[in-house]
Write a protein that binds this ligand. Structure first.
Ligand code: UD1
Length: 387
């Protein structure tokens, strides 16, 4: 059995690392399970990709597609074309995609059109905001995937409400939190940069197109952040797309824009921050587990459990409201949230067991619906026996 695990962009790497490790550990005992890591190349800078492999102690990708940047259609299409070729050549029995980036949808689509089974890790999250490219990626990936691994029960409910059959869904927990549990001690062993002390700074990330691509939205957001910087220094590792938009802008001296950080450096900074301000998805989950207050600078979240159970507050995008909420957080003792069920460091192992069990039950010749698979769709002369 050959399994492809796909990663493309920065937020994918910490989600696949525990899964690849768990699958390979099982593969050592079950000699017919082979796991290959495919990197689409959506993110390619050393700071957006290579450093993550090092920090997460991940093996180098077995296959690199080198897709790179572009418009959504260009990037998605490039990943699809390259991934389809690899699938036709290598004939995997199963493709595992994670998260909601363009590479997730591109590989799920390419695989499914070859009738290869697809599993989606982090399925069922919904912001109900279809202007977000990630929401389109989530919806489309979930509709076509055979197996849907969820991080919380609300995701299960979303899928069931959309008509998905229960038997496709597995509530397994959160592989991003597996990486956090494993690497937090190493992250905390690193000294804080810039002479910072624990609890004496805020940490900011901002890269959503809706916040940074429109100059007025970006100005409003930076206005609010600079008011907050008057009260507490704000460290801002800027994503390349945000850095491009910020070029030439002069900012408050206590709003410190720095290069994007690797996994360990960022985790260490986040774990010891007084407060985090972000428009990222994953950081809402990580701050919940770290019990660090988080203001999410968006009008919606696909991760509501981080607000109902965790330390996340959906702050919106109105600058006055953001400043007001930030001051409330800074004037209160750090909150004590609860950790969601199964965010316990073992989600990758649960997924690996489910996947291997499912593949063994399914056998190599039928997909999730019991139909003959057609991995050889583009090579009509290749016989299935050749697999
Ligand atoms: C992507 C994901 C987003 C995720 C984010 C995390 C989609 C639709 N979006 O957004 O969900 O939160 O990654 O980082 O997939 N760039 C570089 N170096 C790189 C990668 C990108 O300079 O290694 C620059 C390029 O100018 C590129 C831009 O950043 O055009 C945006 O990159 P892209 O992958 O298109 O989307 P992200 O904004 O990173």
């Amino acid at each position: 059995m050959k399994i492809f695990v796909v990663a493309g962009a920065r937020p994918n790497f910490m989600k696949v690392a525990p899964l690849v490790a768990a699958l390979r550990a099982r593969g050592e005992h079950l000699r017919d399970v082979e796991t290959l890591l495919v990197h689409t190349g959506q993110h390619y800078d050393a700071q957006m990709s290579d450093e993550f492999f090092r920090d997460l102690e991940m093996p180098a990708p077995d296959i690199h597609l080198g897709a790179g940047s572009g418009t959504h259609a260009e990037q998605t299409a490039r990943v699809m074309v390259a991934f389809e070729k690899i699938c036709v050549e290598q004939k995997p029995d199963l493709v595992v995609v994670v998260g909601d980036v363009n590479s997730t949808l591109a590989c799920a689509l390419a695989a499914k059109k070859l009738s290869i089974a697809v599993a989606h890790v982090e399925a069922g999250l919904r912001s109900r905001d279809r202007s977000m490219p990630e929401e389109i990626n989530r919806l489309c990936t979930d509709v076509i995937s055979d197996l849907l691994f969820t991080t919380d029960q609300q995701a299960d409910d979303n899928l069931l409400r959309e008509g998905c059959q229960q038997r496709r869904i597995r509530f397994v927990g959160n592989t991003m939190i597996d990486s956090l549990c494993r690497h937090l001690p190493r992250a905390l062993a690193q000294p804080l940069p810039l002479g910072l002390h624990a609890g004496s700074y805020a940490l900011l990330t901002l890269h959503r197109p809706s916040n940074v691509d429109n100059p007025k939205s970006l100005r409003n957001m930076l206005g609010a952040i600079q008011r907050i910087a008057e009260r507490i220094p704000v460290i801002f590792p800027a994503h390349p797309r945000t850095a491009q938009r910020l070029a030439g802008t002069s900012l408050h001296e206590r709003l410190l824009v720095i290069e994007p950080l690797g996994y360990l450096a960022f985790l260490g900074l986040m774990a010891r921050a007084r407060m985090v301000l972000t428009d990222s998805g994953g950081i809402q989950e990580e701050t919940t587990v770290l019990q660090v207050p988080c203001l999410t600078l968006r009008n919606n979240t696909e991760r509501p459990i981080t607000c109902t159970m965790g330390t996340n507050i959906l702050a919106g995008t109105d600058p006055r409201e953001i400043v007001k909420l930030a001051m409330q957080v800074l004037n209160s003792p750090p909150p004590k949230g609860r950790i969601p069920e199964k965010w316990d460091g073992h989600a990758g192992e649960r997924i690996a067991d489910e996947l291997i069990g499912w593949l063994q039950r399914k056998g190599p010749t039928a997909d999730a619906y019991g139909r003959e698979t057609r991995v050889d769709l583009l090579a009509p002369n290749a016989s299935r026996a050749a697999r």
